[in-house]
Design a protein. Structure first.
Length: 153
């Protein structure tokens, strides 16, 4: 048991002597290790917050995101392709599995008011989006079924 400890201490002494003899290399090695640890910590923080911890809406483990896969013979340029409005509408009417169904489409919007307009990121959603997540919008009202009709304001 002491042989591995002695070998370990011998390796530590050799490493310290080597780094003392070449201070430029020592500084470079220490900075590289510091950057590596910092980058790893930052990535883990993002992954932990977004993927590992429960989301901030009720029953997040019961929410599903559905994707469509392109048929093998198609040439969409990707394995995934978006749902069309008609596709979603038919799915919403015919499905019997989910208690609520909603859709969203990311987009950029101009926020106007006091001062210069500002470009913000957001999403267009259907009436079922907020009920499917079990949340209410931070401002405004929840859409009703009449708002999902083509041509509705």
């Amino acid at each position: 048991m002491t042989s591995w400890l002695e070998a370990f201490l011998q390796d530590i002494r050799l490493g310290v002597r080597t780094l003392r003899n070449s201070p430029g290399f020592a500084v470079t090695a220490i900075l590289t290790m510091g950057l590596g640890v910092g980058a790893t910590t930052a990535v883990f923080s993002v992954v932990s917050g977004v993927l590992l911890r429960a989301q901030s809406y009720p029953e997040a483990d019961r929410v599903a995101v559905l994707w469509r896969l392109a048929p093998l013979s198609s040439s969409f340029g990707s394995e995934e392709y978006p749902w069309g409005k008609l596709d979603f509408s038919l799915f919403q009417q015919e499905q019997k599995i989910f208690s609520a169904v909603g859709a969203f489409e990311p987009g950029s919007f101009n926020l106007t008011g006091v001062g210069e307009p500002v470009m913000i990121e957001g999403a267009r959603t259907t009436a079922g989006f907020f009920p499917a997540l079990g949340v209410a919008p931070a401002m405004g009202r929840v859409y009703g079924p009449d708002d999902d009709r083509p041509g509705a304001s």
